[in-house]
Ligand binder design. Structure first.
Ligand SMILES: Cc1cc2nc3c(=O)[nH]c(=O)nc-3n(C[C@H](O)[C@H](O)[C@H](O)COP(=O)(O)OP(=O)(O)OC[C@H]3O[C@@H](n4cnc5c(N)ncnc54)[C@H](O)[C@@H]3O)c2cc1C
Length: 401
């Protein structure tokens, strides 16, 4: 009989299962679908192996790097091309995002690169608002930014960045989820801008995210291979309806099982492989976020061959563009091409191939089943860094029992 049963073979389930197995426990993973990895997946477009979901991880905390080191992949960790992401505002030309910001919240609202995005009157208003004494920190990031820097800062700068990172509006994002140290930093610094400056100064230098040469999906076979080497058992096509029927201590790593606080959010990802020499100069750096209300339907565009050197080599002169949508476009490939032309400012007459992948991102857990350990996005928030760290902590707690 297994010591532990893990329901769900996404990254959270695989990380918790592997950590338990490393400590000598017997573990069995039940995965509903016919493949492991969940939202971390691979697909081929124009013969190029690409990430179909997550394509980077936050370096914050160093947890994912440590895991990759244990899996013998430290040498495959790569940094994205340097340079700011860009923003497509509601009106006008795209602009580079302010350099010294956290989730779009600037350390100095009057900085020239902030004024360029939100305009001088809104920047002055933000500085004036943030000069007032700090009272209680509101519960959501949206309320905090609105109160300290005004609605224009929230709508024009912070909301598009938060949507790009968390796929939700800042009004739906608890301050602690946005950054675990933000509330304390605001109280200490006496202003939101001051808090951002402190948190940025405390962060390690270099890019905030990293990738894996060949794609983030390489993490999946690395984790499952190590788990099996350690004696773990993996069952595909094995949906679990009743976790209490499973042997041993049960860990739930399946989003559908934890009482969601709301409906999931659908994201459609359209990947285009194009030929266009004008893109060699990366006219919008590694990509753009799009403000709500802008004329293009895409919410974000990643110029993947400008972002990752390994992919540029693999693409052999072609370019890979990833566009994400909240609402599935009627003709995704053609809409994505039109949107990419508008966002990048270049015509794209040659689309070699395209692919559309639909994902549903779960709402946070409202009522995790009592007595069961839960890991994954519903409890740890979106993003591999937080999910891996939480799964590792959960395994340690279970082993200590
Ligand atoms: C388009 C997109 C891009 C993203 N980009 C990034 C990025 O660049 N960086 C980043 O850090 N994060 C990114 N994310 C978020 C990140 O991919 C997820 O937060 C993370 O992969 C979720 O992992 P998980 O294990 O919690 O859940 P999932 O990946 O959803 O895995 C859950 C698993 O449980 C299985 N399952 C479900 N029900 C059952 C059941 N009843 N029985 C058994 N098994 C079941 C599912 O089949 C699935 O395999 C992105 C997400 C999307 C959608």
């Amino acid at each position: 009989m297994a010591d532990f049963s893990v329901v769900g073979g996404g990254i959270a389930g695989l990380v918790v299962a592997r950590r338990l197995a490393v400590s000598g426990a017997t573990v069995r993973v039940f995965e509903a679908s016919d493949r492991l990895g969940g939202t971390v997946a691979r697909h081929e477009v124009a013969g190029i192996g690409l990430d179909a979901g997550a394509e980077s991880f936050a370096v914050r905390g160093g947890t994912v790097e440590a895991l990759l080191g244990e899996l013998g992949m430290a040498g495959d960790i790569v940094s994205p091309a340097p340079g700011p992401a860009w923003l497509q505002p509601v009106a006008g030309e795209p602009v580079p995002l302010p350099a010294t910001a956290l989730l779009g919240i600037p350390s100095d609202p009057r900085a020239a690169d902030v004024v360029r995005v939100i305009g001088a009157p809104a920047a002055e208003k933000a500085a004036d608002l943030d000069a007032r004494p700090v009272a209680e920190v509101p519960p959501t990031l949206g309320a905090l930014v609105r109160e300290r820097m005004g609605a224009e800062m929230l709508d024009r700068l912070v909301a598009p960045v938060v949507h790009g990172v968390h796929s939700r509006h800042p009004d739906d994002l608890p301050v602690a989820r946005a950054h675990p140290g933000l509330a304390a930093a605001v109280a200490d610094a006496g202003s939101l801008g001051g808090a951002v400056a402190r948190l940025r100064a405390a962060a390690p230098p270099g890019a905030a995210v990293a990738g894996i040469r060949g794609g983030i999906h390489r993490l999946v076979p690395a984790l499952s291979g190590d788990l099996e080497r350690l004696g773990g058992d993996i069952l595909l096509r094995s949906p679990v309806a009743d976790p209490s029927s499973l042997p041993g201590t049960v860990v739930v790593a399946a989003p559908g099982m934890v009482g969601a606080a709301g409906p999931g959010r659908r994201i459609d990802l359209v990947t285009l492989v194009v030929e266009q020499h004008e893109l060699d100069a990366a006219p919008r750096g590694t990509g753009l976020l799009v403000a709500d209300g802008a004329t293009v339907g895409a919410r974000a565009l990643t110029h993947a061959t400008a972002k990752w050197a390994w992919l540029r080599e693999a693409a052999g002169g072609r370019h890979v563009l990833r566009l994400s949508y909240d609402q599935t476009p009627v003709d995704p490939a053609s809409t994505a091409r039109t949107d990419a032309e508008a966002l990048l400012g270049v015509p794209l007459p040659v689309v070699v191939d395209s692919a559309v992948v639909s994902w549903v991102r779960p709402a946070p857990a409202s009522a995790p089943p009592s007595g069961l350990a839960v890991v994954g996005e519903t409890v740890a928030g979106s993003g591999l860094a937080g999910i891996v760290a939480h799964a590792e902590r959960t395994a340690a707690v279970l082993l200590a029992r």
